[in-house]
Design a protein around this ligand. Structure first.
Ligand code: HXC
Ligand code: NAP
Length: 282
C-alpha cells in the first residue's frame, strides 16, 4: 500500500523493538527505508532481531539495550543513535509490562513495576527526546502504543490500564504544548494481536483466547502487518496533520463490548419473529 521510500532515511527509535509487535513494526519501517534503533533490556534478543531485519531489508538496525525506567540509560540510547545516524526523527513508545491479576493480590511493588515501565518509561523517553529536539530546533514524531482499555479502563489489568490512559493523555497534552516546535504526537490503540509476550501473560489458558476472539465483531485477532502499516503511516509525513489523536485498530472489539444492545447478537432469527410480534401487539 505504500511507496517503497515512504520512510527513506528517517531515523526511528523503537522501544521493545526486539520482540512481538515492536519487532514487526521495526521490520516494516525498515522495509520502507527507515534507519531503526531498537531498544529494550535484553541485548542478545535485540542483536538477533537487528541482524534478522537487516538481512531481510538491507537497511541498518542498531541494537542498544536500556531499561526504560532508567533515565540515564535512555539518554545513552539517544546519544548513541545520534552518534551512529546523525539525528533522530521519530520515537515509537512500544515497550510494556503487563499481566492479569486481581488487583488486591498485587503488592505495591508489582503495581509500581508495570506503571514504571508503561507510563514512566514512555514519559521518560518522550521527555528526553523532546528536550533534544526543542534545543536543536528539530522536528520530530512520537507514536505510542496504548490499548483500547485506555478509553474504558479494564478489570484485572489495572496498573496497565491506568498507565495506558496516562500515555494517551500525555499524547493529547503534549500535542497541544509541543506542536509549535514541530513535534507531532499520536497513539495507536490495538485490540488483540497475538504475540508470545502478551499471550503468555494475559491468556495463559487456550480457552481464554477462544472467548476473546468470539467477542470481536470481525471474529479474528489482528495481523501484525495491519498494525505495522498503520504505524508506518502515522510515523510518516503523509499523516502530517494528524496530531494528538489515538487511532483504534481492534476489529470493533471495544465498541462491541460497550453498545447497550450489542448483546442482542445472541437472538436467533425465529426469536426475532416472536419479539417483533410481541412488540407490535404492545
Ligand atoms: C502478581 C507479579 C506477577 C504476577 C510479577 N509480579 N509477575 N505479581 N502476578 N503474574 C510481581 C513480582 O512478585 C514483584 O513484586 C514485582 O511484580 C516485580 O516483578 P519482577 O519479576 O521482579 O519484575 P521485572 O523483572 O521487572 O519484570 C516485569 C514484568 C514481566 C512486567 C513482571 O512480566 C516483564 O518483564 N514483562 C515484559 C513483557 C510484557 O509484559 N509483555 C506483555 C505486554 S502485553 P514483589 O512485591 O514480589 O517484589 C500488553 C497488552 C495489552 O500490554 C492489551 C492486550 C489486549
Ligand atoms: P512483548 O513482545 O512482550 O513486548 C514488550 C517489549 O517491551 C519487549 O520487547 C520487552 O523487551 C520490552 N520491555 C519490557 N520491559 C522493559 C523495560 N523495563 N525497558 C525496556 N524495554 C522493556 O509484547 P507485545 O504484545 O509485542 O506488546 C507490544 C506493545 O503493544 C505493548 O505496548 C503492549 O501494551 C501493546 N499492545 C499489545 C497488544 C497485543 O495484543 N499483543 C494489544 C494492545 C496493546 P525486554 O524484555 O528485552 O526488555
Amino acid at each position: 500500500m505504500f511507496q517503497e521510500n515512504l520512510l527513506k532515511d528517517m531515523v526511528i527509535i523503537i522501544t521493545g523493538g526486539g520482540t512481538g509487535l515492536g519487532k514487526s513494526m521495526a521490520t516494516r519501517m525498515s522495509e520502507l527505508g527507515a534507519k531503526i534503533i531498537i531498544s529494550s533490556r535484553k541485548q542478545d534478543v535485540l542483536d538477533q532481531t537487528a541482524a534478522e531485519i537487516t538481512e531481510k531489508t538491507g537497511n541498518p538496525v542498531l541494537a542498544i539495550s536500556a531499561d526504560v525506567r532508567k533515565y540515564d540509560q535512555i539518554e545513552n540510547v539517544i546519544a548513541k543513535g545520534i552518534e551512529a545516524f546523525g539525528r533522530i526523527d521519530g520515537l515509537l513508545n512500544n515497550a510494556a509490562g503487563n499481566f492479569i491479576s486481581p488487583t488486591e493480590r498485587l503488592t505495591h511493588k508489582a503495581f509500581d513495576t508495570v506503571v514504571d515501565i508503561v507510563l514512566k518509561g514512555t514519559y521518560y523517553f518522550t521527555l528526553a527526546l523532546g528536550k533534544h529536539w526543542i534545543e536543536n530546533k528539530q522536528k520530530g514524531t512520537v507514536l505510542s502504543i496504548v490499548t483500547t482499555y485506555a478509553y474504558t479502563g479494564s478489570a484485572y489489568v489495572v496498573p496497565s490500564a491506568i498507565s495506558k490512559a496516562g500515555v494517551m493523555n500525555l499524547t493529547k497534552s503534549l500535542a497541544a504544548e509541543w506542536g509549535k516546535y514541530g513535534i507531532r504526537l499520536n497513539a495507536i490503540a490495538p485490540g488483540p494481536f497475538p504475540t508470545p509476550g502478551a499471550w503468555k501473560r494475559l491468556l495463559p489458558d487456550p480457552r481464554m483466547e477462544e472467548n476473546l476472539i468470539n467477542r470481536i465483531p470481525l471474529k479474528r485477532a489482528g495481523e501484525h502487518i495491519e498494525l505495522a502499516n498503520l504505524a508506518a503511516y502515522l510515523m510518516s509525513d503523509f499523516s502530517g496533520y494528524i496530531h494528538g489523536d489515538t487511532i483504534t485498530i481492534d476489529g470493533g472489539e471495544w465498541l462491541a463490548g460497550a453498545g447497550e444492545f450489542n448483546w442482542l447478537d445472541m437472538v436467533k432469527p425465529e426469536q426475532w419473529d416472536a419479539i417483533r410480534d410481541q412488540i407490535r401487539k404492545a
